[in-house]
Design a protein around this ligand. Structure first.
Ligand SMILES: [Zn+2]
Length: 84
């Protein structure tokens, strides 16, 4: 999987939490790829900010899934996840 694929698949992944295989592929890529970690991190923050701005309840499934994905990726890369 390359960077473009990861970012393309990300929305599919967010739409369907049952895609374990996709989750693994994305996570494996994120563990090796700093650029995509940064990208996913900014997507996650954007979702949170977007919702907060509009006073829409944060969609727990989506932001939690992204958060979890990032934490796993950082753990696999043996790095600390960035602070909130
Ligand atoms: Zn990448």
């Amino acid at each position: 999987m390359d960077c473009d694929e990861v970012l393309e698949q990300l929305s599919d992944f967010l739409d369907d939490e049952s895609r374990d295989e996709l989750c693994r592929a994305i996570k494996a890529h994120l563990a090796d790829c700093h650029n995509c970690r940064v990208e996913v991190d900014s997507v996650q923050k954007t979702i949170v900010l977007y919702r907060a701005d509009r006073q829409i309840a944060t969609p727990p499934a989506v932001s939690a899934r992204l958060r979890e994905l990032l934490e796993l990726a950082y753990r696999e890369a043996r790095m600390d996840a960035p602070a909130e």
